[in-house]
Design a protein around this ligand. Sequence first.
Ligand code: SF4
Ligand code: SF4
Length: 691
Amino acid sequence: MSHVAFPIVFGIALLVFVGTIGGRIRLLATARPARRFDRLPERVQRTIVYAFGQKKFLTGEQPAGIAHALIFWGFVVLGLQVITQFGRALSVNFNIPGFGPNQLLGPPFFVARDLLELVVIVAVSYMLYRRLVVHTPRLFGLGRAEERYRGAPHWEGILILVFILFIMVGGLLADAGRLVWLDIHGNEREFAPLTALVADIIGGLGRSGGHTVSEIGWWLHNLTVLTFLNLLPLSKHFHIITAVPNVFFGELPPKQVARKPGALQTPPAGVARLEPPPTGLTGIASLADVSWKQVLDAFSCTECGRCTAKCPATASGSPLAPRQLVLDIRDRLYAHPAEQRGAVAGAAPLISEDVLWSCTTCMACVEACPVGIEHVPTIVDMRRSLVDQGRMEPLLQQTLENFAKQGNSYGKSSRMRARWTKGLDFTIPDARTEPVDYLWFVGDFASFDERVQTASQRVARILNETGISFGLLYDGERNAGNDVRRVGEEGLFEMLVEHNMAMLRDASFEAIFTTDPHSLNTLRNEYPAYGLDKPVYHYTELLAELVADGRIKLTTPLTGTRVTYHDPCYLARYNRITDAPRKLIAATGAELVEMPRHGTNTFCCGAGGGRIWMDDSKLEERPSEQRIREAQELGTIDYFVVSCPKDLAMYSDAAKTVGASFEVAELTALVERALGVAEPEVLAAPAGRER
Ligand code: SF4
Ligand code: SF4
């Protein structure tokens, strides 16, 4: 019967599939272009590591991550099984050429198939248990922004898992029944222990019984595969088709400026660079502005909720949840494809403004997403359109005006920028008039905020003692533009870059260092596109190096001092700088106690992406306060150590609000104490909140 019936069923299923997938391909084909065909060898490499190697699943939340990786690998090998079973509609002894029982690849395939069938059956059963019994929270909607999702039925996920189970069990029964029916021995039994075991169990039914079991298993397997195939483009399981290309076409880290031999090593950056909007476009205002990569992102979401579970905006009760954002874009694409072709005028905004302005651009969502979805560039693209229309909070509007007039967020005169140096008993060279080895790009906070100026003076004193050659741009420096760009003000960003690049071209130096991770990010990853060809370091990298080669001697170890360290997002996640600050802390002799979320898994302070210039009074609990509570859970610690000027301000404030039992300290305060030159009081951050 299968000779006649199956080709008909197969043909119908294929036609329906081609029709549905055609609609999805049209959505991709009519989207705005994206530059994602460069650096192909690197793309292949990342696809091997992240898609086929399942790196994020294996290093993420367990045991769900391992279960998913096993299902994925199971599918890759079992693709061969599907072809074999389809082929058996034509001949009961069909095998893929080379994979026959007495051919080279046959025995290894039988072993792998049996092993993976078993593994996938166990993994899928575990996944069903999580959905039906444990009710893992992230699978059922998180935070205020996912209330709609929380109420949604989850039959789709359960149905697909049952289908996967049917495919595995069906294939197993088809093969085992066939061994009995055709009385097969040799490699097909010897190298397939699970199939042989099932064949032994049903052996008592005799050859005709084996035939029946084989037919039932074969139809169960093949019909489920065809139904499954047609459900894919209609469900979140479309990612089975789109995830691998989505990883392949993901944003690659910017190429780093080549280091001179002997210079400090720079770790590879994460996904850090933002592309300017294409000519003639000021970001995403509607579906018509969405790029094909953003469409592919929407297709690829597995709805796993890993992004939302890590999002500081969701955790603080804001209306943003990254999963919901991706799903909202996908729903609109599916429901109103004409909008994407610009055929609908005056369509409602794609994502609401309060959602878009809630993002701190911390990148935790992108880091967590196992299928390479890029939430942050999409949010910034949409913000660009809001900025273009002047749709933003008054405080942010005012800050952007300050940037335009004075080149800093404070709106202060450039002449005030280096006033903090007046408190030093030596003069820092002006790199515009005197050649130096290192140019210190100070940044706004460290220049203008009175609380952070103390830390800037400390860095200057420490470096001055080492005798290394460093200088400043003084009033020639402007804000580097990192957060201006992430707010969506591309034009202003370019103005700032233009000014800074003119100053940098006039100065004479070998490398840049900065105390500000935000400045570091754009200088290191985005300025090269504007001509910067010098390496850029964070001051912790420089100090760690100076300690290592003995030019900084920490002779007064802070024995008995317990500290924890907060990794800034723009240092740890965007630029993978996590070791240098820890080496410095270790060198001071203080004991480091890690918070649960540390390194690239850090939790944002809430200030990034321009959030520091927006109202946060409506949040249930600010991210910085949640972070201070996380540190308090560690038991007795003396200092909460930071290495970002914004963090010093944010956490000093949060520690007071929460009533923390520890002090917030800038890392150089520990270093200076270990040098034996500072009084203990210097560690305490001064009071007051200023933006
Ligand atoms: S970047 Fe951070 S704040 Fe923004 S959506 Fe992602 S996790 Fe949330
Ligand atoms: S965007 Fe990525 S991490 Fe978030 S739910 Fe979708 S697949 Fe999971």
